[in-house]
Design a protein. Structure first.
Length: 361
């Protein structure tokens, strides 16, 4: 069953690549991205929070695979022109699910993609042009929320567990978590909900369309209000996590490192703003997550400010990534050929660090 799911996932992924490739620039070799296009018009970038020299304005497309508080630095960077200060005109959008967003990255539909590091590993094993550039999300905040009839982890057997798509971040996390509580991932019914928004999972759980799902704050609180309860937390289980990195293609790093550096600088400034300006951070969370309830907003904001949650030195944790590979390799044998050092980049953040644009360790 696991092999069938993996095979279907890869077939679907490359079918999506082919479907998206019509408007992409021709690729030389595997996974090449089109050059970032210069933007026409626009004022000269002003001096930003940091002191990196601005670029001639360039346009890039960026996507995130989920709608959650973890995306806040990107929302802040867009709203307050943090990328424009470094010479980038950024179009930001949501593309639900790791397989779909990775297909968009490989085809050149987007130049940067934020998605589950765990779920992206199988893509990187087959497409080494995909490189993780930075990761602003440290600790895992997911809670396993279930219907009232489920009281013990072993009762998950035969139950419908909700994910956005097979192969997404929730799916990857549960593939690691279920064996920890004595449940074979083959013994549950994987149910795709779609949408990329955790609110859809909350609604499916409340409606009885699924029996359990992983939720991040504030969605766990909303699910609890609708009658669900928490079965376990990933953070308490000692499960390694590759985080929620932002990926790009190796060709862009090689041919346009200044674009990658400007993009990373804007994200770093977004994290800094989130931590330094609570009123602005809360407003953006309220608007983007459509949070009218102050208790829910407080829960979201507080969780994101917990130690290790949002990283202002957003280097990809290679040790954590290796631990994830070791945990998943039996389930996904293609990961045996993966070399973490080859699919993670540190040069861009190291350059920002040398220029004093990152806070001290």
């Amino acid at each position: 069953m696991r092999g069938v799911l993996a095979g279907l996932l890869i077939v679907s992924l490359w079918a999506l690549v082919a479907a998206c490739g019509g408007d992409a620039a021709p690729r030389s070799g595997s996974g090449a991205a089109p050059a970032v296009s210069p933007s026409t018009g626009g004022a000269t970038p002003t001096t930003g929070t940091s002191s990196a020299p601005p670029l001639a304005r360039a346009r890039v497309r960026v996507a995130h695979s989920t709608i959650s508080g973890s995306v806040a630095p990107l929302w802040l960077a867009r709203e307050f022109g943090l990328w424009e200060r470094y010479g980038l005109d950024v179009e930001l959008t949501n593309i639900s699910g790791t397989p779909v967003i990775m297909a968009a990255l490989i085809s050149g539909e987007v130049q940067f993609a934020q998605t589950s590091g765990d779920a992206a590993l199988s893509v990187q094993a087959r497409e080494p042009e995909v490189v993780s550039l930075l990761n602003t999300v440290g600790a895992v905040s997911h809670r396993m929320m279930v219907v009232p009839s489920i009281q013990r982890p072993e009762e998950l057997r035969g139950k419908r567990l909700g994910v956005f798509t097979i192969g997404d971040g929730n799916y990857a996390y549960l593939q690691k978590a279920l064996p920890k509580v004595g449940v074979d991932p083959n013994d549950v019914v994987w149910t795709s909900v779609g949408g990329g928004n955790f609110a859809a999972l909350v609604q499916a759980l409340a409606a009885g369309a699924i029996d359990g799902t992983l939720l991040t704050p504030p969605n766990d609180l909303l699910a609890r209000r609708a009658g669900a309860h928490e079965l376990f937390r990933l953070r308490d289980m000692g499960i390694p996590s590759a985080g929620l990195p932002i990926f790009t293609l190796r060709r862009l790093l090689r041919e346009q490192p200044e674009v990658a550096e400007a993009f990373a600088a804007g994200v770093v400034d977004g994290v800094r703003m989130f931590k330094a300006d609570s009123a602005t951070a809360r407003r953006v969370l309220r608007e983007q997550l459509r949070l009218e309830d102050e208790e829910v907003l407080d829960w979201t904001h507080t969780t994101l400010l917990e130690p290790g949650m949002m990283l202002d030195r957003p280097f990809v944790d290679r040790e954590q990534t290796r631990a994830v590979v070791e945990m998943l390799v039996e389930e996904q044998p293609e990961l045996r050929q993966l070399r973490v050092e080859q699919v993670t980049d540190t040069t861009i953040l190291e350059s920002l660090d040398r220029k004093g644009l990152l806070p001290p360790p």
